[in-house]
Design a protein around this ligand. Structure first.
Ligand code: FAD
Length: 385
């Protein structure tokens, strides 16, 4: 018995849609390193990418829990929501901190699919996980900010019109708190490309459309500042919590895909004259992965409920993401083992999903940093950095 699933109608509809994009579709894209444009268009047309946009702006106005259900089912179908999940989590920053004018200008176009908000620019080569040390700066010049610096591993920029970008507007040394002095800009990449913005793709072990960005006197209108200047870290935290919860839901979907695949294969593959799944050495790791997944699913639901209640559930979002990514990885490892040599054969999709789900212990935040956050913030132990 699995954790009771919420939003059953949405789940059924997503399963049906994903049925049109089977393993062959994803394998081909993976091999050719291509973006799943048809899949993202189908999700857009069905209204799933505007799920969180309030009804007054043309969206469905549903809570984060509904978006979790969508992403979980995409992953559970064997697909990969990484191509488009950012529109759901970047929304947290825009919805909670955008001005009325910004929301009125952008949200209806995001809702009808004519604009994509799929990029979230935080990570930099020299600061890594230590976000307060970002070096990308924005300096005010009349009605514009002038942005200089570099970002790395910023995904989907070639398939997005807009980007939520974290920059420094006041040097770290001049701030009372290290997290002060940062600001969030909504960058229209269609305007900026070739005029101060350069995008360079990064080839990774899975098909993820991630890129490096270079800013060379890129102009962003001051009216595109989200929230207050210098208070940007708080604004992106809402996006980050949403991101962690949504990615945790994707990991639950991955874990369920792996476990269902393992159980089915172990029940049908016969060696030594009986199904391999009859051997407890094969059976128990699959059962353990299932238990780990269901426990993690409860934490994901709890984190989404708190987020939907308007809270800032940093601890729950982090715990959910860590537990779910570890459950997915345990299920993935077990799935390869259960499939023996076939776990490595591309036609089975196991090796592709194995590569894809490994990411979530590193991004959007690594497991060590989650442990450190919980140790110091929840358990009041001394900080190590
Ligand atoms: C495919 C992909 C897509 C991505 N997409 C995006 C995106 O769209 N937007 C974005 O902003 N970023 C994105 N990222 C970046 C991702 O969030 C970072 O890679 C991640 O946060 C880790 O940062 P880093 O790579 O600089 O590692 P580092 O910070 O250099 O850390 C390396 C390792 O050291 C560990 N470590 C570092 N400091 C400590 C410490 N004090 N104590 C214990 N352990 C420590 C970390 O846990 C990690 O395992 C993406 C990354 C990848 C690979």
């Amino acid at each position: 018995m699995a954790v009771e699933k919420n939003y059953p109608e949405i789940r059924d509809a997503v399963i049906k849609l994903c049925g049109q994009f089977g393993g062959e579709y994803w394998r081909k894209l993976d091999q050719d390193k291509q973006y799943p444009s048809e899949f993202v268009q189908a999700l857009t047309d069905a209204g799933y990418l505007s799920l969180l946009v309030p009804e007054q702006y043309g969206g469905s106005g549903l809570p984060l829990g509904a978006a979790c259900a969508v992403l979980e089912e995409i992953q559970r179908s064997g697909g990969n929501g990484g191509a488009c999940h950012a529109q759901m989590y970047t929304m947290g920053t825009l919805l909670r901190h955008g001005s009325e004018a910004q929301k009125a200008h952008y949200l209806p176009k995001i809702a009808d699919g004519s604009l994509r908000l799929q990029a979230f620019g935080v990570t930099e080569p020299t600061s890594g996980t230590d976000t307060s040390r970002i070096r990308t700066t924005a300096v005010r010049d009349g009605d514009d900010y002038i942005v200089n610096g570099q970002k790395v591993f910023i995904s989907r920029t070639e398939h997005s019109d807009l980007m939520i970008l974290l920059v420094r507007t006041t040097p770290r040394e001049q701030c009372a708190k290290h997290t002060d002095g940062m600001s969030v800009l909504l960058v229209d990449m269609r305007e900026a490309l070739g005029k101060g913005l350069t995008i360079v793709p990064i080839d990774t072990m899975m098909n993820h459309a991630t890129t490096e960005l270079f800013f060379d006197d890129m102009r962003v209108p001051v009216e595109n500042l989200i929230g207050e200047e210098g208070k940007g870290f708080g604004c992106i935290l809402d996006g980050m919590n949403a991101e962690r919860i949504l990615i945790a839901a994707e990991c639950i979907g991955d874990a369920r895909w792996f476990t269902e695949k393992s159980a089915a294969y172990a029940s049908e593959r016969e060696v030594f004259g009986r199904p391999i799944g009859q051997n407890q050495g094969v059976q128990f790791p699959i059962a353990r992965a299932h238990i780990q997944t269901e426990a993690a699913a409860l934490m994901v639901q709890q984190a989404a409920d708190l987020y939907d209640a308007g809270k800032r559930p940093g601890a729950e979002a982090n715990m959910a993401k860590m537990l779910a990514s570890e459950a997915a990885w345990a299920a993935a490892d077990c799935c390869v083992q259960t499939h023996g040599g076939y776990g490595f054969a591309r036609d089975y999709d196991v090796e592709r999903k194995f590569r894809e789900t490994r990411l979530y212990q590193v991004a959007p935040i690594s497991t060590n940093l989650i442990l450190s956050f919980i140790a110091t913030n929840e358990l009041s132990m001394p900080r190590s950095f």
